[in-house]
Design a protein around this ligand. Structure first.
Ligand code: ADP
Ligand code: ADP
Length: 222
């Protein structure tokens, strides 16, 4: 259940999005990845999930090196992108079956989809089309999608941005529950989110890790 980032650098043209980024998350912790817009959070998360190749360095999941082509390692990770491309015309259940199909869950698809609907609190919404749902419920669908193949590590890119206060607390609660059994890395540009959700915080600024420690340091040094 570990995620290790080893000296990762990434350049877009000449511009460095990440420079020599390293950190390690061990089993069953929720870590906040905090930094302003443009700091490099999404880029690092795409590299960690195998959607993007690093120019230097590499990510490791449970001791196995991440590689875009290695389906086995990618399956250990669940990923909710910042702009999750949901299909508004599909019914919630239909969409989750489609995602399960991509992971070749076969006969496990139906029970797994039903379980995810229940665990993410979509029991009263699964007969609706995704386009009819509020942002908070769409985010639940995103969580169900990211968890459908039962990954060890969950990576959430700005999962709470733009939610109203009620939805926000419900999504936080779901993330806390997931954090009891999986390693979770979530990004945010809002310090309050880190305080609400986790002990561990990794701060990134202009592609560099500038702090890595407990969330208490947010109240003191910075
Ligand atoms: P964050 O998620 O913290 O907002 P990003 O990882 O999205 O940061 O971006 C880091 C830097 O890389 C920013 O300066 C951004 O403009 C740049 N960047 C991100 N994606 C691309 C891309 N596809 N092409 C060029 N530059 C990019
Ligand atoms: P793309 O064609 O953009 O590379 P994929 O076909 O790899 O996308 O994945 C399609 C969808 O499946 C994505 O929206 C993503 O949410 C989900 N997905 C793919 N790989 C993973 C993964 N390792 N963990 C979680 N979700 C994934």
């Amino acid at each position: 259940m570990s995620l290790a980032i080893h000296q990762v650098s990434k350049y877009y043209g000449k511009q460095a999005a990440l420079e020599n980024v390293s950190f390690r998350l061990n089993g069953g912790e929720i870590a906040g990845f905090l930094g302003p817009n443009g700091a490099g959070k999404s880029t690092l998360m795409k590299i960690a999930t195998g959607f993007l190749a690093a120019d230097h360095g590499f990510a490791e999941v449970n001791g196995q090196r991440m590689n875009e082509m290695n389906v086995e390692v990618r399956r250990m990770i669940g990923y909710l992108p910042e702009h999750n491309p949901l299909y508004p015309d599909l019914y919630v259940k239909e969409y989750l079956r489609f995602v399960a199909g991509m992971y070749h869950l076969g006969r496990r698809t139906k029970p797994r989809v039903d379980e995810m609907i229940e665990r993410t609190g979509l029991t009263h919404e699964y007969k609706k089309r995704i386009g009819e749902l509020s942002k908070g419920y769409r985010q639940r669908v995103g969580l169900a999608q990211a968890l459908i193949h039962d990954p060890n590590v969950l990576i959430l890119d700005e999962p709470t941005t733009g939610l109203d206060p009620n939805q926000l607390e419900e999504i936080r609660q779901l993330i806390r529950e997931v954090g009891q059994e999986k390693t979770v890395l979530f990004s945010t540009h809002i310090m309050q989110e880190v305080k609400a959700l986790c002990q561990r915080v990794i701060i990134i600024h202009q592609g560099h890790i500038v702090a890595d420690g407990t969330e208490q340091m947010l109240t003191h040094d910075i």
